[in-house]
Design a protein. Structure first.
Length: 132
């Protein structure tokens, strides 16, 4: 079974992803100033976390002078999709009825506006039957 890195993200990794999404592109010093100082972690810890996220293919990087600039390799929606796919693969054992039941349960706890948006998204994703 494919192990997706998204299921293995710790609190600091999630905070770093949030920071990089917010900043767009950033080096270690910038991410450390954004989240490291308030969390009481060193810039070395931030650097290690950025490197781990890069190895997990969640961040991209480019070398500028003597340091790297990091940017998200996946957007929030992509990361959420990976997380959902990983959970479904792990727990549903291919049972689409179970998946649909879980989605209906989630939808039942939301508001009418969100349900309307969901319906529009489903309409855009609908695949026509064979022969059309």
């Amino acid at each position: 079974m494919l192990e997706l890195p998204v299921l293995k993200l710790g609190d600091l990794e999630i905070a770093v992803m949030e920071s990089v999404w917010s900043l767009g592109e950033a080096d270690v010093k910038r991410v450390h100033a954004e989240i490291g100082v308030t969390r009481g972690v060193t810039s070395n810890t931030i650097q290690s976390t950025l490197e781990r996220l890069y190895r997990k293919k969640l961040l991209a990087r480019r070398k500028v002078s003597h340091s790297f600039l990091y940017a998200a390799a996946v957007d929030r929606a992509g990361l959420v999709t990976q997380a959902i796919d990983a959970v479904l693969d792990r727990f549903s054992q291919g049972d689409t009825g179970l998946v649909l039941s879980a989605l209906v349960g989630l939808a039942a706890r939301t508001d009418v506006k969100t349900l309307s948006e969901l319906e529009k998204l489903i309409d855009r994703q609908t695949i026509p039957p064979d022969g059309d």
